[in-house]
Design a protein around this ligand. Structure first.
Ligand code: NAD
Ligand code: MG
Length: 408
């Protein structure tokens, strides 16, 4: 068996750490060729010494120079590459077979696209890249001959429930939902934990802090996706992600709140069968699945104690308290550059909330106001996508500045 060479983009983050944990369990199958992160030198240094990659990419120049000095002192032969362009360079590098795309937000777009164009096996955690560039991204996967496997736990679950032959025909299939109907899929049930504020009354949501928003009851994740989970924008982005990955119209994706986070999503077929994928809420399961597919790899995740779990609850989401879900569905239906604009507004609003410049409920208000001014435009080229992103960022910054409160 040939050893697969893996680049982990976003290696210092939550998904990056889980990925390296799974890879370290299979040294005979995988070799870490490149690690990449924004600026966390101490963690990246530790990872370089443990995994001995050929390349380490650091986007921040000062942090990169520091890492290079530290690695030289430690006698490491890892070459440090600095700057944004190096992310795309390693993603498309000849010495890389598999790319874990785990950078958070729009910052991961260029490198994820580069991996797609270069025909890599892409393990996609960076949902924002796909949401922004949708059809363009899927076309790059198809034209580049890449294999796109979702790591987001819900989409990985859907991938598993659709069966390999159906899925293989699905990503980027131009015949759209017709292809899925041909497979007998009636709809997808996208599960949501409901986040830390599932039972918090609307009034109390006005006062919640970044610390409360980041304390997710089921998953340990980076701060941006934790806030997205608290507003349910994460599920909104995932709705758009599911439509793109599985060629479904938004009307065929239903969001279901499932507080235990044991069922990771379901697929319903025309005969009434509903297939679900279950497991402990630990990202090492979808990561190991995406790495090994079509084979199965040990992930280090404990067996599910289904008797201990005792019950699985399902309920409808509350759109009144979580308007982000409605805003994302509208962007999914509008298509074109609307998802890119939605994602950009959300990134700006979430960053402002984390910096205490915006209240929790204002995240959705900012997005709603900007999206009401967004004129539907096609997203046929990367330039269209980047223009929509830049426009929405400017508009959202102005909305945030106009509120300019200081909170908690
Ligand atoms: P995180 O904040 O823990 O880590 C983010 C990583 O991206 C870090 O390595 C950081 O250095 C890197 N990064 C940030 N800005 C960068 C930039 N400008 N240039 C280069 N690198 C940059 O985030 P996370 O929770 O690991 O999430 C990563 C992605 O995976 C997100 O898109 C998220 O939506 C998705 N995801 C995460 C989880 C989870 O459980 N954490 C689950 C599903 C999907
Ligand atoms: Mg998810």
């Amino acid at each position: 068996m040939k050893t697969k060479r893996v680049a982990v983009l976003g290696s210092t983050g939550s998904i990056g750490l889980s990925t390296l944990d799974v890879l370290a369990r299979h040294p005979e199958r995988y070799r870490v060729t490149a690690l990449a992160a924004h600026s966390n030198v101490s963690r990246l240094q530790e990872q370089c010494l443990a995994h001995r990659p050929r390349y380490a990419v650091v986007v921040d120049a000062a942090a990169g120079a520091q890492l290079a000095r530290e690695l030289r002192r430690a006698g490491s032969s890892t070459e440090v590459l600095i700057g944004e362009q190096a992310l795309s360079d390693v993603a498309a590098h000849d010495e890389v077979d598999v790319v874990m795309a785990a950078i958070v937000g729009a910052a991961g777009l260029a490198s994820s696209l580069a991996a797609a164009r270069a025909g890599k096996r892409i393990l996609l955690a960076n949902k924002e890249a796909l949401v922004m560039s949708g059809p363009l991204f899927m076309a790059a996967v198809r034209e580049g001959g890449a294999t796109l496997i979702p790591v987001d736990s819900e989409h990985n679950a859907i991938f598993q429930c659709m069966g390999a032959d159906r899925v293989a025909a699905t990503p980027g299939d131009e015949s759209g939902s017709g292809a899925l109907r041909g497979c007998g899929v009636r709809r997808v049930l996208l599960t949501a934990s409901g986040g830390p504020f599932l039972r918090t009354p609307l009034e109390a949501l006005r006062e919640v802090t970044p610390e409360q928003a980041c304390a997710h009851p089921r998953w340990v994740m980076g701060r941006k996706i934790s806030v997205d989970s608290a507003t349910l924008m994460n599920k909104g982005l995932e709705l758009i992600e599911a439509c793109l990955l599985f060629a479904l119209p938004p009307s065929q994706v239903q969001v279901v709140v499932h507080p235990q986070s044991i069922v990771h999503s379901m697929v319903e077929y025309v005969d009434g069968s509903v297939l679900a994928q279950l497991g402990n809420p630990d990202m090492r399961t979808p990561i190991a699945h995406a790495l090994g597919w079509p084979e199965r790899l040990a992930s280090g995740v404990e067996s599910l104690d289904i008797v201990g779990a005792a019950r699985l609850d399902f309920e409808a989401p509350d759109i009144e308290r979580f308007p982000c879900l409605r805003l994302a569905r509208a962007a999914a239906e509008a298509g074109g550059a609307a998802p890119a604009a939605l994602n950009a507004c959300n990134e700006v609003a979430v960053a402002a909330f984390l910096e205490r410049r915006l209240a929790f409920l204002e995240i959705a208000e900012v997005i709603e106001r900007v999206m009401a001014r967004h004129r539907t435009a096609p997203a046929a080229t990367l330039r269209d996508v980047l223009e929509a992103d830049a426009w929405a960022r400017r508009e959202a910054q102005a909305e945030v500045a106009a509120r300019a409160g200081v909170f908690a």
